[in-house]
Design a protein around this ligand. Structure first.
Ligand SMILES: *Cc1c(COP(=O)(O)O)cnc(C)c1O
Length: 221
């Protein structure tokens, strides 16, 4: 199957389920992204600032660029002019920097809090407790150019679907809890969970945004 056909198949399937598809194009060439673009793809996910910026410059302006990988504070300035959604906000320090850089461009940048739900220690993200603290901090209320619009999480890389399901459901529960706080400065509407290997479980658990890479573009080197 071609990138074009893969994209169309996933886009159609996810549209029916009411979930947004982020086509994860990290490590893939501009020509490969163009194939997906021609098939209708307008949301691309990248995990590296430099790579995303180079692709953003090479591709049409009606694309929404999502940063899905760990973001260092000193690199926010490079994506601030154009980034559409940052999935990987994992500290108040980073959120403040996003706010500062967004203000320079007279924009409001939207982002998701990345929550650590996997067992693996290597993955980034906040604990539920840390996220709760951040959401209720005094500082967040004053950040007029950075807005939290939801949560992102990655499940453990395992064949144990019961475990994956449990991790996604815990995040879904926290998403609902966050909504119930009804914080005026938070618009908790996006729950970003699921990748090529576990998106079905994620959707069952309530995900409304999935990040699919290899199933569309093929395996990465
Ligand atoms: C690479 C990546 C994905 C996509 O992974 P696939 O298994 O290729 O679908 C999704 N989310 C994040 C955060 C990633 O880094």
């Amino acid at each position: 199957m071609s990138i074009r056909d893969n994209y169309k198949e996933y886009a159609e399937m996810l549209r029916k389920q009411g979930a947004t598809l982020v086509a994860v194009s990290k490590t893939k060439s501009v020509a490969q992204l163009q194939e997906a673009y021609k098939a209708g793809c307008r949301i691309f996910g990248e995990n590296k600032v430099q790579e995303m910026t180079a692709k953003q410059e090479a591709l049409p302006n009606d694309i929404q660029w999502h940063l899905i990988g760990h973001l260092q504070t000193n690199k926010v300035k490079y994506i601030a002019p154009y980034v559409s959604l940052i999935h990987s906000i994992d500290s108040l320090k980073l959120l403040k920097e996003i706010n500062k850089q967004a203000a320079k461009h007279d924009r409001i940048i939207e982002g998701l809090l990345q929550i650590h739900i996997a067992q693996e220690e290597s993955k980034y993200g906040l604990s539920f407790e840390e996220a709760k603290e951040l959401l209720h901090s005094v500082t967040i209320k004053s950040l007029n150019n950075a807005k939290i619009v939801g949560l992102m999480g990655m499940a453990t890389f395992t064949e144990d679907t019961t475990q994956v399901k449990g991790e996604f459901e815990r995040l879904r529960d926290f998403f609902e809890e966050t909504n119930a706080y009804a914080l005026p400065y938070v618009d908790c509407r996006i729950l970003s969970m699921g990748m090529s290997g576990d998106y079905e479980i994620a959707l069952q658990a309530g995900s409304n945004m999935v990040r699919i890479g290899s199933a569309i573009f093929g395996a990465r080197a």
